[in-house]
Design a binder for this molecule. Structure first.
Ligand code: BEZ
Length: 309
C-alpha cells in the first residue's frame, strides 16, 4: 500500500465522485479508478458501493478513511520534523547569563565559529533555569552560567572560579590604600549589586557567609539594575560594588581593587545534556581550556572524554 493510493482514496471518499476527485488530484479518471481497485484488492474488501450515478463509502471504507487520514497526517508530520532536525543539526545555540559576557565568552564564540564552519552558532542571553529548560527541550545545546545545577538529565561543570574584586569611585578613600583589600576595609560601606532577571548575584550568599565568619557587620546592600547600571552608580559615588574580576572591562570612572582572600570567587559553569557527545561540545571545551592555558588561568580541567561520555 502506497501513500499515493491513500491520497487518492481520501480524495474519492471526500468528493464521493471519481470525476471530481480526479480533477482535484490533477489526474485522469482511469488511473484513479485503477488505483482504488488495486487498493480494494490488496485490502480484500470493497471500500465503495458503486451505484449508477453515485458512489458511497462502505462501513469498511468509513473505517479505512479514519485511519488513512491519520496515516497521511503522521507522514506529513514526520517529514516536517525530520526536515527541522536536519536544519537544527546545522545550528548550534548557546545560552549564557549576562555576567559571563565580560569574560572569555566573546573569544570562545569567535574561535568556535572559526573551528566549526559547518555550524551556524547562535547565542542568546537567558538565566540559568531558562537554560536548563531550553537544554531539555532542545532549544539550546550548551548553557553558561554562575550556578551549578543538579539534574539527572544535565551535566553541569565548573570551568573556573573568577576572583571577586571591589569597584569604588575614583575619589574613594580606599583608593589611597594601594594594597589588596580585606573585607574589614568594607565595613560601613554601601555595596551596590546588580539584580538581573530579578535575582541577586550568585555570590551574595558567599559574601554574607564571609562577613559572618569574620564576625564583621554586613554592609548595607543595595540591589539595583543590570551590571553596567550598578557600576554606573558606583562611579556616581552612591557606594562601592563587589563584582567578578572580568568586570574590569567596564571602564566607567571607577577604580577596581583586588581582594586579599582568594576564596572570594564566582564560578563560571557550563551545562549541557548528559551524554551529549556532539563534536562541537568537545570543540568548545578544548577552546575554553586552551584559552585558560594560554592566559595561565587556574582551572580544574576535567577529562573531555569523561565529560561527554
Ligand atoms: C570564562 O570567562 O571563563 C567563560 C565565559 C563564558 C563561557 C565560558 C567561559
Amino acid at each position: 500500500m502506497e501513500l499515493k493510493q491513500l491520497e487518492y482514496f481520501i480524495a474519492v471518499a471526500e468528493e464521493l465522485s471519481f470525476t471530481k476527485a480526479a480533477t482535484r488530484l490533477f489526474i485522469t479518471q482511469p488511473p484513479l479508478s485503477r488505483q482504488i481497485q488495486q487498493l480494494e484488492q490488496e485490502i480484500e474488501t470493497p471500500l465503495f458501493i458503486r451505484k449508477a450515478r453515485s458512489i458511497e463509502l462502505t462501513d469498511a471504507g468509513e473505517f479505512f478513511y479514519q485511519h488513512a487520514t491519520k496515516i497521511l497526517q503522521h507522514a506529513e508530520e514526520a517529514k516536517l520534523m525530520t526536515r527541522r532536525i536536519g536544519t537544527l543539526q546545522q545550528e548550534f545555540k548557546l545560552g549564557f547569563v549576562g555576567s559571563v559576557l565580560f569574560g572569555y565568552l566573546p573569544q570562545i564564540i569567535r574561535q568556535a565559529r572559526i573551528n566549526n564552519r559547518d555550524f551556524k552558532i547562535l547565542i542568546e542571553e537567558m538565566d540559568t533555569p531558562t537554560q536548563i529548560r531550553a537544554l531539555k527541550s532542545g532549544l539550546i545545546e550548551v548553557g553558561f552560567g554562575r550556578i551549578l545545577i543538579e539534574d539527572p538529565a544535565i551535566t553541569s561543570i565548573i570551568l573556573r572560579r573568577e576572583p571577586l574584586i571591589v569597584a569604588t569611585p575614583l575619589d574613594h578613600p580606599l583608593v589611597n590604600l594601594h594594597r589588596p583589600l580585606q573585607l574589614s576595609d568594607l565595613v560601613g560601606e554601601t555595596i551596590i549589586l546588580s539584580r538581573v532577571h530579578d535575582r541577586p548575584p550568585s555570590y551574595l550568599p558567599l559574601l554574607t557567609d564571609a562577613f559572618k565568619q569574620r564576625q564583621l557587620p554586613f554592609p548595607e546592600i543595595r540591589e539595583e539594575g543590570d551590571l553596567q547600571f550598578a557600576i554606573g552608580l558606583v562611579a556616581a559615588g552612591e557606594g562601592i560594588s563587589i563584582v567578578p574580576s572580568s568586570y574590569k572591562k567596564i571602564r566607567f570612572n571607577v577604580v577596581y581593587h583586588s581582594l586579599e582572600d582568594p576564596s572570594l570567587a564566582a564560578s563560571i559553569n557550563m551545562h549541557f545534556r548528559k551524554g551529549d557527545s556532539s563534536p562541537i561540545i568537545t570543540s568548545l571545551l578544548s577552546i575554553i581550556y586552551d584559552l585558560y592555558d594560554h592566559d595561565a588561568i587556574t582551572h580544574t580541567k576535567e577529562s573531555l572524554t569523561n565529560l561527554v561520555s
